[in-house]
Design a protein around this ligand. Structure first.
Ligand SMILES: NC(=O)c1ccc[n+]([C@@H]2O[C@H](COP(=O)([O-])OP(=O)(O)OC[C@H]3O[C@@H](n4cnc5c(N)ncnc54)[C@H](O)[C@@H]3O)[C@@H](O)[C@H]2O)c1
Ligand SMILES: [Zn+2]
Ligand SMILES: [Zn+2]
Length: 399
């Protein structure tokens, strides 16, 4: 089959790889019909390179049609239309039964001290072949696979795999709707949905992003938007009675703009030989913390900071003095996808489209165009906000 593979720093290409097969009675194999590129894939594309192996199949936001199921997968059958969560969880261990499937004790990658294994997400998360491919083996499909309706387009359901529950978790962890004023830092796909969910749950939402078309998209959904500028924090504080918002979601993560020193360290670490770079990244602070520091500065005293942006450095310095003095509450983590997804389908199926899921994808490309997709998503060229790859588009013939 054709699959998008990691080939080096900022290099992906489509290769022929063996078709996946059932390996466990709890597995399923699906034929992928849509598979998105995530901001987290951009971390693999560059910063997390030392944890990747040339040829790794990447991608973790897939949906499609079930081809085959193992003997212990009872709730779906061949022919069913399904969405696959990016976290691989058993559904029955102590963590999974406490609404923390992203910490699943059955699939934890203990070699790296990581939580649940993830689809297509480096050695740190189990080196499981990912979903930017024609077919995908879904481990623990008996718990993970979500069966969805057949009437609406893929885009209505696709984001149940990751960014919709991620944004939902970010906003719930931010304490909305008890907290009534929410700031969202970063208006990539996760920030867009976090901001819309904040509004849907009754909060006033203010958001920051340096990219004009991302601010314009948010504005269409009733969000008050701000460019990333020196006085932005002061301006938002002024508009929130001088106190700052009750809660702040950081939807940027470790590659934030505005952290030049750490940015250099990251890009150097990404280019060192793996054996040197890995311990450096595991033990040193190489995250770009500009967005997180803005979140801590901006939130009102006693407020909550909710991180959905991914951070990876083991010793990143934090403004602990301010965090303690402001009496902040901090929540974070990979999304516990299946904890939220039973409640979300009515929202994505509602003809009124309360979360605006029809207004997020800017590019639908063939698998072969993955290289272009990664490039424009990373550089924010061509108005790119969310890319969906479609393996059913046949590759252009080559002579
Ligand atoms: N916790 C989870 O389970 C989970 C799931 C999916 C994605 N993520 C993470 O969420 C983050 C966002 O992902 P995305 O798909 O929206 O990707 P993205 O990279 O498109 O979004 C980041 C946005 O932040 C903006 N930005 C950069 N620096 C900024 C700054 N200093 N202040 C304000 N805005 C700034 C960028 O312009 C961009 O729009 C990534 O770190 C990703 O890894 C986490
Ligand atoms: Zn993701
Ligand atoms: Zn589990």
């Amino acid at each position: 089959m054709r699959a998008v593979t990691w080939q080096g720093i900022e290099k992906v290409s489509v290769q022929d790889v063996p078709d996946p097969i059932l390996q466990q009675p709890t597995d399923a194999v699906i034929r992928v019909t849509s598979t998105a590129i995530c901001g987290s894939d951009l971390h693999l594309y560059e910063v997390l390179g030392p944890f990747m192996t040339r040829g790794d199949v990447i991608g973790h936001e897939p949906m499609g049609i079930v081809e085959e199921v193992g003997s212990e997968v009872a709730h779906v059958q061949p022919g069913d239309r399904v969405v696959v969560p990016f976290t691989i969880s058993c559904g029955s261990c102590t963590m999974c039964t406490q609404a923390l499937p992203s910490q699943c004790e059955t699939t934890q990658v203990t070699e790296y001290g990581s939580g649940a294994a993830l689809l297509g997400y480096s050695k740190l998360y189990g080196q499981v072949p990912g979903g930017q491919a024609e077919y995908l083996r879904v481990p623990h499909a008996d718990y993970g696979l979500m069966k969805v309706g057949s009437r609406l387009p893929d885009e209505n359901y696709l984001f149940l795999s990751d960014i919709l529950p991620t944004a939902w978790q970010a906003v719930v962890y931010a304490g909305v709707p008890t907290h009534r004023t929410l700031a969202v830092i970063g208006l990539g796909p996760v920030g867009q949905l976090s901001a819309r969910i904040g509004r849907h749950l009754g909060a006033r939402v203010l958001a920051i992003d340096p990219v004009p078309e991302r601010r314009e998209m948010a504005e269409r959904h009733g969000i008050e938007v701000f460019d990333l500028a020196e006085d932005t924090v002061g301006e938002i504080r002024e508009r929130t009675q001088g106190r700052g918002p009750d809660a702040v979601v950081d939807a940027v993560g470790m590659e934030a703009e505005g952290s030049p020193v750490a940015g250099l360290a990251q890009s150097l670490a990404g280019r060192l030989p793996d054996a040197v770079a890995r311990p450096l990244m595991e033990h040193a602070g190489v995250d770009r913390l500009a967005a997180l520091h803005t979140a801590i500065d901006l939130v009102r005293r006693g407020g909550t900071v909710s991180l959905s942006g991914v951070y990876g450095g083991a010793a990143s310095p934090m403004p602990l003095l301010t965090m303690f003095d402001k009496q902040l509450q901090l929540r974070m983590g990979q999304c516990n996808v299946r904890t939220w997804t039973d409640d979300l389908p009515p929202l994505v199926e509602d003809p009124a489209d309360p979360l605006g899921v029809g207004d997020l994808v800017t590019h639908r490309l063939s698998l072969e165009e993955a290289g272009v997709g990664y490039d424009i998503f990373q550089k924010k060229h061509d108005g790119c906000i969310k890319v969906v790859l479609d393996p059913t588009i046949a590759p252009a013939p080559t002579d």
